[in-house]
Design a protein around this ligand. Sequence first.
Ligand code: NAD
Ligand code: MG
Length: 389
Amino acid sequence: MKSLTILGATGSIGRNTIDLVAREPDRWRIEALTGGRNIDRLAQDARRLGARIAVTCEPALHGALRDALAGSGIETAAGPAALVEAASRPVDLTLSAIVGAAGLPPGLAALERGGTLALANKETLVCAGPLVMASAAASGARILPVDSEHSAIFQALAGEDTATVERVVITASGGAFRDWPLDRLAAATVEQASTHPNWAMGQRITIDSASMFNKALELIEAQQFFGLDPALIEVLIHPQSLIHALVGFHDGALMAHVGPPDMRHAIGYALNWPQRRALPVERLDLARIGQLSFTAPDPARYPALALAREVMAAGGLAGAVFNAAKEAALDGFIAGQIGFTAMSVVVERVMARMTPEIGPDRAAMTLDAVLDADRLARIRAREIIETMD
Ligand code: NAD
Ligand code: MG
């Protein structure tokens, strides 16, 4: 039996993880489940899976969680510090499926304690890649990617010498507005941006797919996780979302990972690693699918990609600033304060303004420095949003 903690258990990735775990109850002992405002779901799953502790990140909802778990013998806690405490409890595997930079402190806590971290929360690596990798190296913890593209790269690299890699291609569906006329994008609504052509995901990552901020985060995530030269990493639009990534080696071979757009594949791969166990995902009928197509992304439609290149070149705290500005801009879009295309304008302005404030690449990145940069970038982004009409 393996012990498992799921951070962000009530979200899209968290629920897909629970779907897999609940099919094999004899294999898993659940230590902690964490969630946010959806107390009913958190409590229900904590009971069903026999978790030892359930934690909500919302301090005001602790009473509701306690009531929902009364008589179950399951411990409860609330707030960011409780999240970090829960993540520090010894387990074989921690799956981090929190959305946003809020996933960084508990993710780091899990790494400091050792064991394995299955990482869906890409923001952990985007904000603090060097710190995260150093922390894993110091404790001997292992990180397994759960983002589908990074899981695909990881699988294509299995048994290979990374020194022979000459390119890595991350695919993107192109999101909700792939085929829209460019001049309509500024007026795109939250509802329109929240519909993904192929994947069913949380609302924030779905909107980030339409703007390709998600792919921008993934470029940085790949650079940090695999230690790649940014010049080797490309993005290709692949509308069918069946090839998740390709790795090119210096003999000219390209290894592609092909699978259905179902996150249970990448989650299951991380849960079962280093084995491959049977997973309840669709088997592709390639003759029926017929064709796979690829195009280069248009920089005018997806300005987030060029911003990610700037972040990769700058290093240091630039990732934390980029991500926080993006989160604040996304909040502004969801709240109706700014339009869809204004999100990248906000991020660009925050980056330009903060480059002197955060200084050049710092060799010794600390969690405090990352959290400060994150806080300041959100303030700057909100200032910029207020001046926009
Ligand atoms: P989601 O919004 O569906 O779920 C997010 C989870 O985090 C919920 O449990 C929520 O309660 C919790 N949460 C939200 N704010 C929090 C906070 N401030 N502190 C602590 N917990 C908080 O998100 P998702 O789509 O499941 O995505 C989760 C992560 O996985 C993101 O980093 C996303 O980029 C990444 N990811 C998601 C998918 C996908 O298919 N959904 C695919 C690849 C990567
Ligand atoms: Mg992805």
